[in-house]
Design a protein around this ligand. Structure first.
Ligand SMILES: Nc1nc2c(ncn2[C@@H]2O[C@H](COP(=O)(O)OP(=O)(O)OP(=O)(O)O)[C@@H](O)[C@H]2O)c(=O)[nH]1
Ligand SMILES: [Mg+2]
Length: 373
């Protein structure tokens, strides 16, 4: 019988009995390993070396349960969000999980995806406003790119001060880059690279992963919460590859007349309902095609071509996308962004004002903010 061993890649308990269950590692390999704190389960091995994912038995509630106990811990909580998908990666009942009156730091990751022209102070202002609206007090907000190692060292030194010798827990929705961040923090202190498993598949980390900070305290990576209002929840692997940007999103500018529409693949549609001819700047994954059409043709085009010319989503993965609702916006003369969660945003600078309709599945959130450009 083994003492309790865990996988350093995903935090799951190691077992040596059933190779089809999570946490499997053959006994022979356990026996051979020099350091029992650095065991890697079969699933992590395959993810790291072949980028293959195997199904896990855990469901959304199991992930939720694992982090819920954090509310009892006296620790500094670092909440990570994906800056490209803020509301799709924001956990609404975050105080449920981490407890009230907890020291909380917000980290907005994946800054590398935003165009260089964004103003960081505008993003910070917007995030502080979002926190205030939600009644959440944060100690500070940091903008980073874990993958590019931007802002990580500065974050580390601030965390060391803010934690007051307490433990740190990195929490957030699945896929926001918690493990990628942990890896960079480990690299800063020990030089070891890619210790924890990361992947573009949701649900990569399966348990708490403890990394000692000093003899008394640790930093923990945690399993991500799976959110059913995030667009990525409804897309298959093929679509996800196109919709989640891998590189800086490029501005795509359209000069539109009223009664013209733009399709974002088949995921959403913007109608320019009323106003005078003006430009619309669209920021979305460079791999999502934008189609311009006349408003009067938009409905029939959608019905005929969804999943084919209007893709992603593709024909075998239309789930929520063929059932769309309209959300209307009346823009006055400010420069604003209409943000479609997880998909991107449209920057509108309308001197004379205009009316815009956005058509999309009701599950996906759309909202406006002062432009970050
Ligand atoms: N563009 C970009 N991608 C990132 C960044 N950080 C992480 N990613 C990517 O986002 C995906 C998810 O990263 P993970 O670190 O596994 O995310 P996680 O939050 O640990 O996910 P779970 O373990 O499922 O909760 C991977 O494909 C990463 O390469 C970043 O700063 N920029
Ligand atoms: Mg992870």
């Amino acid at each position: 019988m083994l003492e309790k061993l865990t996988c350093i890649g995903c935090g799951i308990d190691i077992q040596t009995e059933d190779e089809n269950k999570q946490g499997y590692l053959p006994l022979s390999l356990v026996a051979k390993s020099v350091d029992l704190n650095h065991l890697i389960c079969k699933r992590c091995f395959r993810l790291k070396n072949h980028n293959e994912v195997t199904d896990v038995e855990l469901g959304a509630e199991d992930f939720y349960k694992m982090v819920k106990d954090l509310s009892k811990k006296d620790a500094l909580i670092v909440k990570v969000v994906d800056i490209f998908d803020f509301s799709g990666s924001w956990i609404e009942d975050v105080t449920d999980i981490v407890g009230k009156n907890k020291d909380l730091v917000l980290v907005a990751n994946k800054m590398d995806l935003l165009p260089k022209s964004v103003k960081e102070n505008k993003i910070k202002q917007w995030l502080f406003k979002m926190m205030k609206q939600r009644g959440i007090k944060v100690k500070d907000i940091f903008l980073i790119s874990a993958i590019k190692n931007h802002g990580v060292e500065e974050l580390a030194s601030h965390l060391d001060r803010l934690r007051n010798k307490k433990d740190i827990y990195i929490v957030g929705a699945t896929n926001v880059g918690k493990s990628t961040l942990i890896n960079k923090l480990i690299e800063l202190t020990t030089g070891d690279k890619n210790i924890v498993t990361t992947s573009h598949f949701p649900g990569t980390t399966l348990g708490m992963i403890e990394i000692p900070l000093d003899s008394r305290s640790s930093i923990y990576d945690t399993p991500g919460i799976i959110l059913d209002y995030d667009i990525s929840h409804y897309l298959d692997a093929k679509s996800l590859k196109l919709v989640i940007p891998k590189k800086e999103v490029k501005a795509r500018v359209f000069q539109l007349n009223p009664e013209q529409s733009i399709f974002f693949g088949g995921l959403a549609r913007m109608d320019f309902v009323k106003g005078s001819r003006q430009s619309f700047t669209i920021y979305a994954s460079n791999l999502v095609d934008l189609h311009r059409t006349k408003l009067e043709n938009a409905v029939s085009l959608f019905e005929k071509h969804l999943g084919k010319m209007l893709a992603p989503p593709f024909e075998d993965n239309l789930s929520i996308f063929n059932n769309v609702v309209k959300k209307s916006f009346r823009i006055t003369n400010r420069k604003i962004d209409i943000v479609i969660s997880g998909l991107g945003w449209i920057t509108i600078n309308s001197d004379a004002g205009c009316e815009i309709d956005i058509w999309l599945p009701k599950e996906i959130e759309v909202f406006t903010r002062d432009s970050i450009i």
